[in-house]
Design a protein around this ligand. Structure first.
Ligand code: GLN
Length: 539
């Protein structure tokens, strides 16, 4: 562990979905803006080694880092807020901890000892708590503990936090507990009891929280704050109100107003610049909240009933919209509902269409219809990963005349596999962690929409897929107007396709959405929105 590195743990109580990730990212943002170097990591209590095999309906999007880790979607918030990359070390699950311990046990590393939750699992957790601090790169490491205090699953994490205080000294560790203060409208009262109980549970586990962050729909009167301070054993000025906000990007400023950063700095005795410099952030919020125009965009996908499944895409739209002072009315449209008969009525109000990433056959025909509509009606189109692959299949079927063209993911025996399994994927047996993952280089073809967007010739973008464009067909596609505008210089894999002569028809095999941040909105999203604004003007 870095000798001067300070550790902040964020726990949650009363209920899940209180936004620990956003509070962690906001606190990190405030500390970063005071000149501290900060990173955030998340420890998840479930037994999957990583969320890569989880259905997006269960857990929302799987976020992918530069180094190819499949991680919790909160890491996306960390990157979008801090503008610094995370890695595999920033997301650890109980499954990974146990896997490490059991692997060591099989290697005989425990020298005949009985391997137990305490100390072996807790030691492994702590090693991972400290890992990012080892290089001395960070002043502060914020660790978000997934789940709720009191869950059986998260007990070893909580125990490890308790031990950390002893290991590295109370002055170097801070525990922030995020909780809910419900409002009972019949009684017109804010209730503190659930918070009292959840702090008691923490105390039973040997942890006294230093700061309470209280999610609430109504301002907390002084009386309520005093009661919380008294019953929960925290200083009155460490009871922080976290009101519901219009956008998650308001939270850093709200937390600054509530002085969360100041409390943390004084409790951990951190030396910082003051006050926090957040000019860029405020400028972004100003543009986000005062749009001068608006467009309607459709996101076509099969997991749309849970918007978290497309978190990074939705946030990328927010960033790009702010650049152009354009309000984005995003409709999430289930691909299964689109048919040749209703495509026009479902899509005609849209100025842009994005076909989302995904897996498997369900909803494929609807996505194909959406692509066809965008291509033939000159509606700006953005295909991401599976969305790009479908654009290729649609073009093959309807322009090249290869009626049975398909991806071998959907039909192994198709006579025209325009999208096919990568060579190195052919012998893959296990599903977890075996896709083409993380950042790869891509060279852009001059004179294309892609190269105009990036204004650079070489880029690195993140991947998560098994199938790819089949280069056997490249000439045929090019001769008919679908060009490869981005190619991996090492492998020759097609990374970006475009339809020449269309106002904006771009598909990427990679996921641009993982790299869009408040400070660096993604150029392809910005260009796509710009094209939709043009489209609206011209109609
Ligand atoms: N199912 C496709 C593949 O594995 C696309 C994956 C994705 O959209 N992330 O290649």
């Amino acid at each position: 562990m870095g000798s001067t590195t300070k550790y902040i743990f964020i726990t949650g109580g009363v209920t899940s979905s209180l936004g620990k990730g956003i509070i962690a990212a906001s606190l990190a943002k405030l500390l970063q803006s005071r000149g501290l170097s900060v990173t955030i990591q998340k420890f998840d209590p479930y037994l999957n080694i990583d969320p890569g095999t989880l259905n997006p309906y269960e857990h929302g999007e799987c976020y992918v880092t530069e180094d190819g880790a499949e991680t919790d979607l909160d890491l996306g918030h960390y990157e979008r807020f801090l503008n610094t990359p995370t890695s595999q070390s920033n997301n650890i699950t109980t499954g990974r901890i146990y896997n490490n311990v059991i692997t060591k046990e099989r290697r005989g590393e425990y020298l005949g000892k009985t391997v137990q939750v305490i100390p072996h699992i807790t030691d492994e957790i702590k090693n991972n708590f400290y890992k990012l601090g080892e290089g001395g790169k960070y002043d502060v490491i914020i660790t978000e503990i997934g789940g709720c205090v009191g869950d059986i699953e998260s007990l070893p994490f909580i125990e490890a936090v308790r031990q950390t205080r002893w290991d590295i000294g109370a002055g170097n560790v801070l525990v922030v507990h995020l909780t809910l203060i419900p409002y009972l409208s019949a009684a017109k009262e804010l209730k503190t009891k659930p918070t009292q109980h959840s702090v008691k549970q923490l105390l039973e586990a040997g942890i006294q929280p230093d700061i309470l962050v209280c999610r609430t729909e109504h301002h907390l009167p002084l009386e309520v704050k005093k009661k919380l301070a008294l019953f929960c054993n925290v200083h009155l000025n460490c009871v922080i109100e976290a009101m519901d906000a219009k956008t998650i990007y308001d939270i850093p400023l709200l937390m600054k107003k509530e002085k969360l950063d100041e409390r943390v700095i004084s409790k951990l005795k951190l030396t910082t610049k003051a006050p926090a410099e957040l000019d860029h952030w405020k400028e972004f919020l100003g543009r986000l909240k005062n749009p001068t125009q608006e467009v309607n965009i459709g996101l076509i996908g099969k997991y749309v009933s849970l918007p978290d499944a497309y978190k990074s895409i939705i946030e990328s739209f927010t960033h790009a919209g702010a650049v152009l002072e354009c309000k984005i009315n995003l409709s999430l449209i289930p691909s299964e509902e689109i048919t040749p008969e209703n495509a026009k009525s479902k899509l005609e109000e849209l100025q842009g269409i994005l076909v989302a990433p995904g897996f498997g056959e369900r909803g494929l025909d609807g996505k194909m219809e959406a692509v066809k509509y965008a291509r033939t009606h000159n509606v700006p189109f953005f295909g991401v990963c599976l969305g790009m692959q479908i654009a290729v299949i649609e073009f093959a079927r309807n322009v090249l005349g290869l009626e049975d063209a398909n991806s071998t993911e959907m039909d192994q025996d198709t006579a025209n596999p325009v999208i096919a399994l990568m060579e190195e994927q052919k012998n893959v047996k296990q599903l977890g962690g075996t896709m083409r993952l993380g950042a790869y280089p891509c060279e852009l073809t001059r004179g294309t929409k892609a190269s105009a967007a990036y204004s650079r010739s070489k880029i690195f973008e993140r991947h998560r897929h098994r199938y790819e464009f089949n280069n056997k067909y490249q000439k045929q596609f090019e001769q008919n107007g679908m060009v490869a505008s981005g190619i991996n210089p090492d492998t020759g894999l097609v990374e970006i396709i475009e339809v020449a002569g269309h106002p904006w028809f771009v598909g990427t095999q990679f996921h641009p959405e993982y790299k869009s941040t408040v400070l660096n909105p993604h150029p392809l999203f910005v260009r796509f929105i710009r094209a939709t604004i043009e489209n609206k003007k011209n109609r």
